[in-house]
Design a binder for this molecule. Structure first.
Ligand SMILES: [Zn+2]
Length: 84
C-alpha cells in the first residue's frame, strides 16, 4: 500500500482541488494528527479524510498528484477548508 504525503497544518494551495471527502476507518495502526486541532487520531477509529488532487504537466503529458489530509471529524475539515 502506497503512502500519500501529508502537509501538516498548512493549506496546500489553490492548485489543489478536493476530489473526495468522507468519514472512514483504516486498517492501519498508524496514528496521525488532525490538521485543524492537532488531536491524535487512531486510523482504526472513525475519522474524516479529505483527498486532494492537483494536475501536473510533465512536458505536455498530464498527470496528477494526490494528497490526503486527516481530521477528527467533518467540523474540523470544514474549518480547515474555510481557512484556505
Ligand atoms: Zn480535529
Amino acid at each position: 500500500m502506497s503512502r500519500t504525503s501529508r502537509f501538516g497544518r498548512s493549506h496546500p494551495g489553490p492548485e489543489w482541488r478536493i476530489s473526495h471527502r468522507a468519514t472512514r476507518t483504516d486498517w492501519s495502526d498508524a496514528v496521525e494528527r488532525c490538521a485543524t486541532c492537532h488531536t491524535d487520531i487512531d486510523m482504526r477509529e472513525a475519522h474524516y479524510q479529505v483527498v486532494l488532487d492537483r494536475d501536473i504537466d510533465h512536458s505536455g503529458k498530464l498527470s496528477f498528484e494526490r494528497q490526503r489530509v486527516v481530521f477528527c471529524d467533518e467540523a474540523c475539515a470544514d474549518q480547515w477548508e474555510s481557512h484556505a
